[in-house]
Design a protein around this ligand. Structure first.
Ligand code: PLP
Length: 445
């Protein structure tokens, strides 16, 4: 057998070769068809092979594929920034384009620190984040990620970061229940800031709904609003990591919109390019940029491929499709349909501990004992086996950490493309149930 020279996530595993993508389906070189039940890594929000996006990128490719940002601007990047501003209610007139979610987070952190520096507060340069979070794989982003497994090999390289508890109601870190808890998880930020002061703190960073590290952990009502209020009161910025939740994944342009929270800095990635081009964005208010504009007049970050015309052309086409009224309405209908479908799983399988999420971002957490909420022991490989079984059945699922200790396992994310029809959702549900039944049969042996 030919030995592959390409390093893939699991070095000793073989992967099917993807040869075609069409709508919500992917095909491999044996002709096998898969439903993309998770949009890859919650990315291919408009499915595969969208002709409008392909055409937009092709047209740009024929005009100019690359311009360097210190020499030129380009039309798609300018239009994309303008559209992002419109889609976020004109509150964010500034967009910085990068190539991935991790780069967006790096830039956001640097922007926050630079903002305070240019305001004459250079000591305000630390970030507070949360346990149970994933903000990216680069060192700055990983430093603020509460994801033990992804951090552990690189601890000596990571910057120091204070972390507070996440709003993980299924396993409340304070052993309480909402609403009697009084949102203690949010108030912990207040307590920490009260204790150490905010003189050295530039920003608090959070995913409005926790993705890879917590399988769609969704905060209770009032949480995100309270977090913003605490940040404002202590004069620190709120960086909202909407890399996974942005661009209508949860039914609105931003997940923060569900709670009418206006963060100071917003990071986008994944669904912005919808898998057609690598792109991320940092969008910010005038208040953040003003001191920099009046000061050094330069953002101390950027990449060779920042504001790349091809990436921008793809993302522009994606946002034009998503921003149409028709599309927003149809996503809202699909969300209701999908939630009704997934609700049928409740009580059906003993190993389903929790079903959570918003919009088309659903997390399912698995437990060995439902009454005691006991996680599967390390090495039980429940999620890995489920994912393999589902893949054999022609359904792709995204493995996520349940939040218990940061390992992959114990949870999955279901995040079908936003274009999935009701019939396709039914088909997806049937394959999911078939895969769960196979797991049940294995467990009862
Ligand atoms: N932020 C969140 C919330 C993410 O889910 C991810 C990726 O999973 C990232 C940041 C990092 O994005 P990327 O993998 O594109 O660098």
């Amino acid at each position: 057998m030919h030995r592959s020279n390409l390093i893939k996530p699991l070095l000793d595993s073989t992967y099917p070769v993807a040869t075609k993508g069409e709508g919500i389906y992917l095909y491999d070189d044996s002709g096998k068809k898969y439903i993309d039940g998770c949009s890859g890594a919650v990315t291919a929000n408009l499915g595969h092979g969208n002709e409008v996006i392909i055409e937009a990128i092709s047209q740009q490719l024929k005009k100019v594929a690359f311009t360097y940002r210190s020499q030129f601007t380009n039309e798609p990047a300018e239009k994309l920034a303008e559209l992002l501003c419109k889609m976020t209610g004109e509150l964010y007139p500034w967009t910085f384009l990068v190539n991935s979610g991790s780069e967006a987070i790096e830039t956001a952190i640097k922007l926050a620190i630079q903002h305070w520096q240019e305001k004459g507060r250079p000591q305000k340069n630390k970030i507070i984040s949360r346990w149970i979070s994933y903000h990216g794989i680069t060192n700055g982003a990983l430093s603020v990620s509460g994801h033990p497994i992804r951090r552990e090999k690189f601890l000596n390289m990571l910057g120091e970061s204070s972390m507070i508890e996440a709003p993980y109601c299924y396993r409340c870190p304070f052993g309480k229940a909402f609403p009697e808890c009084g949102l203690q998880c949010a108030r912990q930020l207040d307590t920490i800031l009260g204790r150490i002061g905010s003189d050295q703190i530039a920003a608090f960073i959070a995913e409005p709904i926790i993705g890879a590290a917590g399988a769609a952990i969704t905060p209770p009502e009032g949480y995100y609003e309270l977090i913003k209020e605490i940040c404002d009161r202590h004069n620190i910025l709120l960086i909202s990591d909407e890399v996974m939740t942005g661009c209508f994944r949860t039914g609105k342009m931003l997940a923060s919109d569900h709670w009418e929270v206006r963060p100071d800095i917003i990071c986008l990635g994944k669904g912005l390019g919808a898998g057609y081009t690598p792109i991320g964005a940092v969008i910010v208010t005038d208040e953040i940029i003003d001191p920099i504009l009046k000061g050094s007049n330069i953002i101390m970050s950027g990449h060779t491929m920042s504001a790349n015309p091809l990436s921008a052309a793809g993302a522009l086409a994606v946002l034009e499709i998503l921003s149409s009224e028709q599309s927003v309405e149809s996503i809202t209908e699909k969300i209701t349909y999908f939630h009704n479908l997934i609700d049928q799983l409740k009580g059906k399988f003993d190993f389903i501990g929790d079903i959570r999420g918003k919009g088309l971002l659903i997390g399912i957490e698995f437990v060995q004992n439902r009454a005691l909420k006991t996680p599967y022991p390390r090495g039980a490989q429940f999620t890995e086996t489920l994912i393999k079984t589902a893949k054999n059945n022609g359904l792709l699922l995204y493995p996520a950490s349940s939040g218990t200790d940061g390992r992959n396992g114990d949870a999955i994310i279901l995040s079908p493309p936003l274009i999935t029809t009701e019939d396709e959702m039914d088909e997806m549900y049937r394959l999911l149930v078939k895969s769960f039944e196979a797991m049940e049969a294995t467990l009862s042996k």
